[in-house]
Design a protein around this ligand. Structure first.
Ligand code: IPM
Ligand code: MN
Length: 359
């Protein structure tokens, strides 16, 4: 099984090293993993002048799965957009057709106190956000800058993006979400802004239609502003949430904080062939890079998702998740989730603890 490893920028290399450590421990039990590493993001731009070099893209395309760290650094914010580090992850998603982004938000019992919400509101939280990842205003054309042709500010410079979704794009993400709900508590909330946006009235109509094929799943619809409120008011009422690219981006960051730290939230981005890219939901955090204090658990949990969704090793995925729980139960915490009565550990110590817990 060929795994393309793309560490990226900031804390990316540190957290990826721990996830690879964990996978290497799993490999010792009789699995054949080959790791091939390539530069991506700002690191790739610095080395070769492009955030997603052709060789990196080809490696990712040929791999059975991609393990991705994080990209981005302020020092690249002034580059032209197509050269910025973020273009690497957007380009990988688009080129590999990774339309289905799964972001589970699970609160480990050990972290109930780390959540920003009261324990009674969040304890036992286990929700799944299914975010459409290759459409919406992120990729819609046209986009750009121009001189405003009409309206009160005609003749003034303006900028514009295009929000759009096609029927097949909505149908395929809806199927992923309904199937995920079937494997869980059989409730699906489709999040939209149908009261204002044409795109999301269409979204709602198509999701409703697809829902007729899943009579066992209870479907409801919620406006995104209300969903943002409900996530902090009564998050446990959700089971699976399906939404567009931009709303999913925002709501998944919000959901991550319920789990104690954004450093706990893994993700899987899948295409129609079952290939996947696995990355923590958090960013590159350049402010803490190189200090050995980043939380590697979101990346380790992403590696577990990789075993489950792309490499056909669900038992090994369960094993990693149990080992993460064990490390937390031992009271080990990276600084992002450190609290009185727990033991502060480094990025590498946390990775070692997960490896040790694997037995
Ligand atoms: C994410 C990130 C990306 C996104 C950025 C880095 C392009 O925030 O994966 O959630 O907006 O999708
Ligand atoms: Mn995001």
């Amino acid at each position: 099984m060929n795994i393309a490893v793309l560490p990226g920028d900031g804390i990316g290399p540190e957290i990826i090293a721990e996830a690879v450590k964990v996978l290497q421990r799993i490999a010792q039990d009789g699995f054949d993993f080959t790791f091939e590493t390539a530069p991506v993001g700002g690191a790739a731009y610095a080395a070769s002048g492009h955030p997603l070099p052709e060789a990196t893209l080809n490696l990712a395309k040929a791999a059975d799965a991609v393990l991705f760290g994080a990209v981005g650094d302020w020092k690249y914010d002034t580059l032209e957009r197509h050269l910025r580090p973020e273009q690497a992850i957007l380009g990988l998603r688009k080129n590999l057709g990774l339309f289905a982004n799964l972001r589970p938000a699970i609160l480990y019992a050990e972290l109930a106190d780390a959540s920003s919400l009261k324990p009674e509101v969040v304890s036992g939280l286990d929700i799944l956000i299914v975010r459409e990842l290759t459409g919406d205003i992120y990729f819609g054309q046209p986009r750009g800058r121009r001189t405003a042709p009409d309206g009160a500010f005609a003749g003034q410079p303006e900028a514009f993006d295009t929000m759009r979704y096609s029927r097949p794009e909505i149908e395929r993400i809806a199927h992923v979400a309904f199937k995920a709900a079937q494997g869980r508590n059989k409730r699906l909330t489709s999040v939209d802004k149908a009261n204002v946006l044409e795109t999301f009235q269409f979204w709602k109509d198509v999701v409703t239609e697809v829902g007729q094929q899943y009579p066992d799943v209870q479907l409801d619809h919620m406006y995104v502003d209300n969903a943002a409120m409900q996530l902090v008011k009564a998050p446990k009422k959700f089971d699976v949430i399906v939404t567009g690219n931009m709303f999913g981006d925002i709501l998944s960051d919000e959901a991550s904080m319920l789990t104690g730290s954004i450093g706990m939230l893994p993700s899987a981005s899948l295409n129609e062939k079952g290939q996947g890219l696995y990355e923590p939901s958090h960013g590159s955090a350049p402010d803490i890079a190189g200090q050995g204090i980043a939380n590697p658990l979101a990346t380790i949990l992403s590696a577990a998702m990789m075993l489950r969704h792309s490499l056909g090793l669900p038992e090994q995925a369960d094993r990693i998740e149990a080992a993460v729980q064990k490390a937390l139960a031992q009271g080990l915490r990276t600084p992002d989730i450190h609290a009185p009565g727990t033991q502060k550990v480094s990025t590498a110590q946390m990775g070692d603890a997960v490896v040790a817990a694997l037995g």
